[in-house]
Write a protein that binds this ligand. Structure first.
Ligand code: UDP
Length: 246
């Protein structure tokens, strides 16, 4: 692993990977990449490569897990053994169990579970290549996989982290910033700006958190735009959308 850099941001406000403090890494998405899944999305974000697959709604077994008034949404985040520098032991870990739980909850206000009582909607997020920010990358991919599966949703969910290096707030942390920075705050939100996931590693003041949330909001706006462009490409044109809104 590389050593801690002397400086994360140069005198011109440029980070080690050439970005400004409020700039996200380049993101590309491709929907419908898996023919056996009901919905899927492959997403690259910087050097992160993530595949999300959605299965369902389908009957839930064992039946005792069924919820009479709504569907159960299960989210499984997994890092492939080969996705990081040091091989990851296959199977669930404390980290992946925690990420799965909070990531699934990040979709709570948007997925209209009431339409599928007793059913299950399974979301699998597989990290193929990790380079910091994989839980947020997975959420961004899972949103599109859910839409691709035709799951009724009130809106999209986007996720991005904010952190602190050299005393400055930066969004979408890269690996050295994540490893050696002073804080890492992954956040997910709905299109209305409702925060559905917020975790924090390190220390930030209340003012820094407030400013960081605003920076993430701006980052998520960019992600929503990328997600919507992918949806328009797959499902229709802007003109058709306007007709639907009328
Ligand atoms: N990482 C790793 N091995 C692990 C867990 C994480 O090499 O067992 C790396 C990986 O590149 C990951 C980064 O550390 O993206 C940051 O991990 P963190 O737990 O902060 O989650 P993330 O930022 O990926 O959501």
């Amino acid at each position: 692993m590389s050593d801690k850099p002397e400086k994360f941001i140069d005198e011109n406000g440029i980070r080690l990977d050439g970005r400004r403090v409020d700039e996200i890494r380049p993101m590309t998405v491709e929907m419908g990449v898996l023919s056996r899944a009901d919905g899927s999305c492959y997403l690259e974000w910087g050097n992160n490569k993530v595949l999300a697959a959605v299965y369902g709604p389908r009957e839930l077994h064992p039946r005792r897990l069924q919820r009479p008034g709504e569907a159960l949404v299960r989210y499984r985040y997994n890092m492939a053994a080969f996705s990081v520098e040091d091989r990851i032991r296959p199977g669930p870990s404390r980290r992946s169990t925690e990420i799965s739980k909070v990531s699934g909850e990040a979709f709570e206000p948007v997925v209209m579970k009431q339409f599928y009582p007793s059913a299950v909607i399974d979301v699998f997020a597989e990290v193929l290549q990790a380079d910091a920010g994989t839980r947020t990358a997975a959420i961004n991919a899972a949103t599109l996989a859910l839409v691709d599966a035709g799951i009724p949703m009130k809106g999209l969910v986007a996720a991005c982290a904010v952190g602190k290096v050299d005393g400055q707030l930066v969004i979408d942390l890269n690996k050295p910033e994540d490893n050696y920075g002073d804080a890492d705050l992954p956040i997910a939100m709905t299109e209305d700006g409702e925060i559905t996931l917020l975790q924090m590693d390190g220390n930030l003041t209340v003012e820094e958190i407030n400013k960081g949330v605003e920076m993430v909001k701006a980052g998520c706006e960019q992600i929503f735009a990328i997600q919507k462009a992918a949806l328009l490409e797959k499902f229709g044109t802007a003109e058709e959308d306007e007709v639907l809104e009328d």
